[in-house]
Design a protein around this ligand. Structure first.
Ligand SMILES: [Zn+2]
Ligand SMILES: [Zn+2]
Length: 314
């Protein structure tokens, strides 16, 4: 049973966790070590049971908590050669046993199989992943921080059961934003920046299949996007294309999503009940035609005034 949760996502920090049997792997560690610990515990995962960290790229919102989190846990950290070099230069507290690979390589961590692929983004050697269980019966796609959906990306993400993908900005909201200088807007929307809701919708339609069970949207801009806007955009296009049963939800900046099975429930045994502290009324409610959330139910979780990091940080 492959299970997946996003611990937090947005320009103030990104991290997710994927589990299969006794194998538990963090994907990025951009939240503080304290938040990583608290949020893992909140979804029922002992932080000491994490086996490894896998990085998408070196930006601070994906690696900022790595140094402190690994200080007491000498976890192996997987990343492309250049990503590991750059991240390693910034670590002062931990001695990380790096596991470097070339973009495009595949590797195993416990009972999880990782396939990496290059993505266009303003970083030294960024990658996305498809992660499978040992019998290859289930797959989770990870695509964070990407300027455009390339043919390679579409090819690699075919037939995933769960897709985590960024939906960074609404094009109209970005154009109308008065806080960002023109150059920053250009960088965000460039081929090495981030995906808009429309671009994300187009990508999802190109990889949708009977297997696609859940789409988790991440890295939403606090000022230039809103969960309701992103979800409506993606869901509308999925429904139009004949995929109304795909669940669409937004990851939050301030709290984790419940740890959920990646495949459709009928395909695998049901997961154990979540801890009470995890399932909050306004968190992580999947969106589909049968259970549409009320307007604004997602907005409160991301529009948090305590998030101090620059919204347009990469
Ligand atoms: Zn990022
Ligand atoms: Zn980035």
């Amino acid at each position: 049973m492959l299970r997946f949760s996003v611990l937090g996502s947005g320009s103030a920090g990104n991290s997710a966790v994927i589990c299969h049997g006794e194998t538990r792997v963090l994907i990025d560690a951009g939240l503080s070590a304290k938040q990583l610990t608290l949020r893992l515990e909140a979804i029922g995962i002992d932080p000491e049971s994490i086996n490894a960290v896998v990085l998408t790229h070196e930006h601070g919102d994906h690696c900022g908590g790595l140094d402190v989190f690994c200080r007491k846990r000498p976890l192996p950290v997987y990343g492309t050669r250049d990503t590991c070099t750059v991240v390693g230069e910034g670590l002062t507290r931990s001695r990380v046993p790096w596991k470097k690979f070339e973009a495009g390589a595949a590797f195993e961590i416990g009972s999880l199989h990782f396939e990496s692929f290059s993505v266009p983004h303003d970083a030294v050697d960024p990658v996305g992943y498809v992660i499978r269980d040992t019998d290859r019966s289930c797959a989770v796609g990870i695509l964070s921080d990407v300027g455009q959906a390339t043919t390679l990306i579409r090819d690699r993400l075919q037939a995933v059961d769960t897709l985590f993908v960024e939906a960074n900005y609404d094009e109209t909201m970005l154009v109308n934003d008065t806080r960002r200088p023109w150059a920053t807007k250009q960088r965000i929307s460039s081929r090495h920046g981030h995906l808009s809701n429309d671009q994300t919708a187009e990508l999802i339609l190109s990889i949708a299949s009977e297997r696609l069970h859940r789409v988790v949207l991440g890295h939403l801009s606090r000022d230039c996007n809103a969960p309701d806007v992103a979800i409506e955009t993606i869901y509308r296009e999925l429904a139009k294309a004949g995929w109304p049963d795909v669940s669409v939800e937004c990851a939050c900046q301030k709290k984790p999503l419940p740890l959920r099975e990646a495949a459709r429930p009928q395909a695998v045994a049901p997961s154990p009940p979540l801890a009470e502290s995890v399932v909050r009324e306004d968190s992580a409610r999947p969106y589909n035609a049968k259970a549409r959330p009320s307007k604004g139910s997602h907005s409160a979780s991301v529009a948090d005034p305590t998030v101090q990091q620059a919204e347009w940080a990469f």
